[in-house]
Design a protein around this ligand. Structure first.
Ligand code: NAD
Length: 473
């Protein structure tokens, strides 16, 4: 999506941010060019018969990098999708995977469609036909290019894609790994739906573990009681807002959706709003908050943490100067344009950038892909063994101390980790260590002044190393 003003397009914006990072490090021109260039873009146009009439659909899949395989990235269904956006998102995937040490290249896909205009059966036909195009043209397989959900797609679409691939490749034992974000009973993994929002929560928690960083953002203390505004209550926004408010004491004072915004300085119950949206397909008339028709203005309301979790180019040169948050966490991809980013940096607003903040999705997709190619659920081999060890430990403790271990402690010690525990633990570890790498780049290098540039430098160093190790041919 290109923004309305004269600002650079989304792809140009990403490139400018990458250029800024490359300028802050010593990287030869050739390697820089190799890293930045989009490897391949496929555009497909295909007919589908809908309600007795033939409609032609347009879709794209961009493979930004293949230094690691498969290349990975979501597929979105949106009425505003275009090639520029797909290329920008594919590039972001390259940098994102490197930041969180996920050994994949970067890719992204989109279908130009308003999914709300079609029923379930029609969407299945369209999705299967789109998948067929991507598979036949070499842009979808477990070993080369693996999509996942994004805006307008979810588990259902991923299951249709996996099934289409299976029918075309009956001999591929790893067929189920051709896509991630599948339903659990179709080879998906526990915790994938919540993963991106959960990752946003873990990123913010890690930020608050560093008092110097919190001070830089002109805040003090812990997450508890901090005010937060969220834009977009879809998959990512809903989970991030739910976990932050229910588990960390964050107060959600405004929710911006496509049809307006809800405001309540005392805090809004996320689950109640979510149920309201499920029942009424709008946030209007929600009883627990006041309503503002012009939702965008709420991006400018004072708060501790602003989380754009909807679309790209939401904070632009037009409104950047009026943003009143202390910390912005980019749960969406590209919500801040290059120009706005410079304005916000000058204003001293700290930004946790998209390529790190929303990497929880691809991290858990990586876990799902490993689960698929190893053909075993995480925890299956060791859960009962861990429980047995726990029982032996508590028995030993009781024998040595001569007193009974409390029921609560016994339950904690004797409970073996299941798949969801392991996924959350792996995600938490990934988000923590990636943030620590980024902040040490920021601390060590005098030429870097913001987390976004530090993220890109951290990432580009890893990608450059992999190019230099293998060579280019
Ligand atoms: P989604 O379709 O589930 O949710 C998007 C939400 O934004 C919806 O609730 C929609 O109503 C709302 N919205 C649309 N236009 C809006 C507007 N103008 N103002 C306010 N709200 C608006 O999509 P998602 O999967 O949650 O993705 C959201 C963002 O996160 C995208 O930028 C996506 O690329 C990024 N992301 C998603 C994942 C993932 O795992 N789903 C992973 C990484 C990044």
């Amino acid at each position: 999506m290109t923004n309305a003003s004269n600002e650079p397009s989304f792809r140009e914006s990403v490139d400018l941010m990458v250029d800024r990072a490359m300028a802050a490090m010593e990287l030869d021109e050739g390697t820089a060019k190799a890293i930045k260039t989009c490897n391949a873009v496929l555009q497909v146009q295909f007919p589908v018969k809908i309600r007795g009439k033939i409609e032609v659909f347009t879709g794209w899949r961009a493979t930004h990098s293949t230094h690691r395989l498969p290349s990975k990235g979501g597929i979105r269904y949106a009425p505003y999708a275009d090639q520029d956006e797909v290329e920008a998102l594919a590039a972001l995937m390259t940098y994102k995977c490197a930041i969180v040490d996920v050994p994949f290249g970067g890719s992204k896909g989109a279908l130009l469609i308003d999914p709300n205009q079609y029923d379930r059966d029609e969407l299945e036909l369209i999705t299967r036909r789109f998948a067929l195009e991507l598979i036949r043209k070499g842009f979808l397989s477990p070993s080369t290019n693996v999509p996942a959900p994004d805006i307008g797609t979810g588990q259902r679409e991923m299951a249709w894609i996996a099934d289409t691939y299976k029918h075309l490749n009956p001999d591929d034992i790893n067929y189920v790994a051709c896509v991630t974000g599948k339903p659990v009973h179709h080879g998906g993994i526990q915790g994938r739906i919540e993963a991106t929002g959960r990752g946003v929560q873990y990123a913010i928690r890690e930020f608050f573990r560093h008092p110097e960083d919190v001070t830089k953002a002109k805040m003090t203390g812990s997450l508890d009681g901090k005010t937060c505004i969220i834009q977009g209550l879809g998959n990512v926004g809903y989970h991030a807002a739910k976990f932050l408010s229910e588990e960390d004491g964050v107060k959600i004072i405004a929710i911006i959706e496509r049809d307006g915004a809800l405001i309540n300085d005392e805090g809004i119950n996320i689950e109640d709003v979510f149920q309201h949206i499920q029942n009424h397909r709008t946030i209007k008339n929600f009883p627990g908050a006041s309503f503002e028709e012009n939702g965008m203005t709420l991006l400018e309301k004072e708060c501790d943490i602003l989380i754009p979790a909807a679309l790209e180019s939401q904070i632009t040169l037009e409104n950047a100067d009026r943003i009143n948050a202390r910390l912005i966490v980019e749960a969406a991809n590209g919500p801040i344009t290059y120009g706005a980013d410079e304005v916000l940096n000058k204003k001293g607003i700290i930004i946790i950038p998209d390529a790190y903040a929303n990497a929880g999705g691809v991290t858990v997709s990586y876990f799902e892909w490993i689960r698929n190619i190893s053909h075993i659920r995480f925890g299956r081999m060791q859960k009962r063994h861990d429980e047995l060890r726990g029982h032996q430990m508590t028995a030993m403790l009781e024998e040595v101390t001569g007193s009974k271990v409390s029921e609560n402690l016994r339950n904690n010690v004797t409970r073996g980790a299941d798949e969801l525990d392991l996924v959350r633990s792996g995600l938490d570890d990934t988000m923590r260590s990636a943030y620590q790498q980024i902040r040490s780049t920021l601390e060590d290098e005098a030429t870097i002044h913001d987390l976004r540039t530090a993220s890109y430098v951290t990432s580009i160093r890893k990608i450059a190393r992999s190019y230099l190790d293998v060579g280019i041919y």
